[in-house]
Design a protein around this ligand. Structure first.
Ligand code: SAH
Length: 232
């Protein structure tokens, strides 16, 4: 996907990217390729693929959700997806990127600095131990972080009451939804919206939106071992 096609596709998601924002995405793509030679950040490094399978992929949730003015926590952000891409596209969205791997933050910090992004901050640590973030965020996102049931258990406590969880998934969300049914109801979430789409390259994606109706019971999240091994 060319930069011009990316701009066009972003528009279809309701996002009008300025020349400055497009330039930011270009710098992000080149930093990603450069740093990927020193550390394993992504399997995708060619610009056309980066634009489609990273940048556009991260922005499609905007088709059904307004990020404008929100506080957002991105769990297991890795090389900044979707959080950093959303921060570039929505300068008024306050984005916190959380990951347990310190190495990746040196890359993310350079991206933030080079792009002059004032709306990005970093949280180093394990998502299930991030107690200081409890109940604080309008929206909690994740792509490639964990199975849906794990994301729900870890992410629900971190959202505000009335807030939203957004899971960016590949084409097989139904199986994961079935597996997550118990924990979705125990954490007072409801599946409020859903977006099924095919990227121009032909790959399928599903975006799941959950609303948090009530405060999450204090026993969630359980320890990582329990979450992983004992399905609710
Ligand atoms: N969101 C990125 C990266 C996905 S890889 C993308 O879509 O490309 C998963 C990331 O989650 C890794 O960077 C890993 O370090 C992080 N991660 C896995 N379990 C975690 C946990 N319990 N707490 C915080 N980060 C975690």
């Amino acid at each position: 996907m060319t930069e011009a096609e990316f701009k066009e596709q972003a528009k279809l998601c309701g996002i009008e990217l300025s020349d400055k924002q497009l330039a930011s995405f270009a710098v992000y793509a080149s930093l990603l390729a450069e740093w990927n030679e020193k550390m394993n950040l992504t399997a995708i490094t060619e610009a056309p693929e980066v634009y489609e399978k990273h940048f556009l992929d991260c922005l499609v949730p905007a088709k059904k959700f307004s990020f404008e003015g929100k506080s957002l926590l991105d769990l297991g952000s890795g090389a900044g997806f979707p959080g950093m891409a959303i921060a570039i596209a929505f300068p008024n969205c306050k984005v916190s990127l959380l990951d347990s791997t310190e190495k990746k933050f040196s890359f993310l910090k350079e991206v933030k600095e080079k792009l002059g992004l004032e709306n990005v901050s970093f949280c180093l640590g394990r998502a299930e131990e991030f107690t200081q973030g409890r109940g604080k965020y309008d929206v909690v996102t994740a792509r490639g972080f964990a199975a849906l049931r794990v994301f729900v258990e870890v992410g629900a406590p971190l959202a505000k009451v009335g807030g939203t969880l957004i899971a960016l998934k590949g084409g097989k969300a139904d199986e994961e939804l079935a597996e997550a049914k118990g924990i979705i109801s125990k954490t007072s979430l409801t599946l409020s919206d859903r977006l099924s789409l095919t990227l121009p390259c032909g790959e399928k994606r599903e975006v799941l939106y959950f609303k948090k109706k009530e405060k999450t019971p204090g026993r969630f999240p359980r320890s990582w071992g329990e979450i992983k091994n004992h399905k609710i």
